[in-house]
Design a protein around this ligand. Structure first.
Ligand SMILES: Nc1nc2c(ncn2[C@@H]2O[C@H](COP(=O)(O)OP(=O)(O)OP(=O)(O)O)[C@@H](O)[C@H]2O)c(=O)[nH]1
Ligand SMILES: [Mg+2]
Length: 442
């Protein structure tokens, strides 16, 4: 990639629609737009309705062109956005003509990569652009909006400034002799850690909810045949997605429903009933359920008045689970167990209560549009590494002069971990990873 190149790509998805937008960015954007429109001078931030011409000079479409002059544009370069009728053939033609006039097709994420390279946004903010586009709930979009507005970067900068301050205290002492060390040196130094440590811990722990909002949660409904798993899936999703029937073995394969609980996207999966059996189809059912359960964030293990927890299931349950006693409308045990949820999937009794348990088990209660949390594994690993280094530094620097060198080393590795996530010292492969996940045109 050369920053000298002018790049072009459709900014709207491929397909038919009211309008489509083609975006041009780079040094040649204005020149190419002028050739395309035969319009000599685009004014900054003014939309103009103009004819578009092909290379032979004949007009084939009219469109609205908006010019954003560098540096006040998305990429920080000169940007021209061309809105045309939403026909993919026209979009392709405009892109082809721009290329014929000297632009090249943008790589996925290249507009945002340029915004990052031109200092418009840092890497955390760049990741949030992709997060907004792919958000599966309004709350997930709001979280990424908060990140894009720089609130998460502010916290990273706060941590970074604090570590630099601690490091400068340590480095100063490394330059003076032990006798010149101020008496209250370690007391002062120790007081500098709690603020940064608690922010780091808060951020590290926020990833649980950030990940849930970003990736969603997998909830698996499992149990013996005929206990009402499919009826429960329908009740929880308020749909009629799964077939239910009085005979056991109705569901042969897993059925997935997507729903949103408190802003957290859930993949709720109903599975084939499990029996401890040597039958090969049933054994395959067990295998599939086992695979799903190994990835699940939460399982709902359904039992009914005639069954108990399936011993096969219990053996391989490694995720948290809720035991759901269904068909309580037929028979409710006389002794109730606090750990079991008693419901009737058929009448809907207890479903609200079960949803509350889902909330607390998954930890979705903390979700609001004001939420600020880590949203990517990359951010999480950097913060975790930084936190570990600061804990080690705090320990080393509590009272012993001889540990100052080691403490300084830990502080530096904490700073490195932050630099990687902010994109200050980011290797190319990480950049490729971050921006490669984008769509073309973003
Ligand atoms: N009375 C009563 N019947 C229920 C309840 N839940 C389900 N049933 C009935 O139990 C039968 C089996 O329900 P399903 O939801 O198909 O059960 P399943 O666990 O999915 O069964 P398989 O797919 O065969 O494993 C159906 O006739 C349902 O109407 C309930 O809460 N109360
Ligand atoms: Mg079923």
């Amino acid at each position: 990639m050369s920053p000298e190149d002018t790049i072009v790509a459709p900014a709207t998805p491929f397909g038919v629609g009211g309008i489509s937008v083609v975006r041009l960015s780079g040094l040649g954007a204005v020149r190419i737009a002028s050739l395309l429109t035969k319009h000599p001078k685009l004014q900054n931030r003014q939309a103009v309705y103009l004819s578009l011409h092909d290379k032979t000079g004949s007009s084939f479409e009219r469109g609205v062109l908006t010019f954003f002059k560098s540096p006040a544009s998305y990429t920080g370069e000169d940007v021209v956005e061309i809105s045309c009728h939403g026909n993919p053939l026209l979009v392709q033609k405009i892109v082809d003509i721009c290329c014929a006039f000297g632009a090249r097709i943008a790589d996925p994420g290249e507009f945002t990569l340029r915004a990052f390279l031109n200092g418009k946004i840092d890497l955390i903010q760049a990741e949030s652009v992709s997060g907004i586009i792919h958000a599966q709930s309004i709350e997930a979009a709001a979280l990424n909006h908060n990140v894009l507005s720089g609130k998460l970067s502010e916290q990273f900068n706060f941590i970074q400034n604090n570590i630099i301050e601690i490091l400068s205290h340590v480095e100063y002492v490394l330059d003076v002799s032990e006798e010149d060390l101020p008496k209250d040196y370690f007391t002062k130094l120790n007081k500098m850690f709690p603020g940064v440590l608690s922010t780091l811990k808060k951020l590290r722990d926020s990833y649980k909810i950030g990940k849930l909002l970003t990736d969603g949660a997998l909830v698996v409904i499992a149990g013996e045949p005929n206990v009402g798993k499919s009826t429960l899936l329908n009740a929880l999703s308020e749909s009629n997605r799964a077939i239910t029937a009085p005979s056991p073995g109705t569901t042969r394969d897993s059925i997935e429903v997507r729903l949103v609980l408190d802003g957290v996207p859930l993949r709720m999966v109903d599975t084939a009933g499990i029996r401890s059996s040597k039958n090969s189809i049933e054994a395959e059912g067990v295998r599939r359920t086992k695979k799903l359960l190994s990835k699940a964030d939460l399982a709902l293990i359904v039992i009914d008045p005639d069954t108990e927890m399936n011993p096969v299931l219990i053996k391989f349950l490694s995720c948290p689970y809720i035991t759901v006693y269904n068909k309580a409308d037929i028979k409710r045990p006389t002794v109730l167990n606090d750990d079991v949820k008693y419901i009737s999937a058929l009448t809907g009794a207890g479903i609200k209560n079960l949803k509350s348990s889902l909330r607390s088990q998954l930890g979705t209660e903390g979700v609001s549009t004001k939420l600020l949390a880590l949203t990517t594994a990359r951010q999480f690993h950097s913060i975790k590494k930084c936190h570990e280094a600061i804990v080690a530094a705090h320990h080393l620097l509590s009272d012993d002069v001889s540990e100052l060198e080691l403490g300084s080393f830990e502080l530096r590795s904490a700073l490195n971990a932050l630099d990687v996530v902010l994109g200050k010292t980011t290797p190319d492969d990480i950049l490729d990873n971050v921006f490669g996940a984008f769509c073309v045109g973003k």
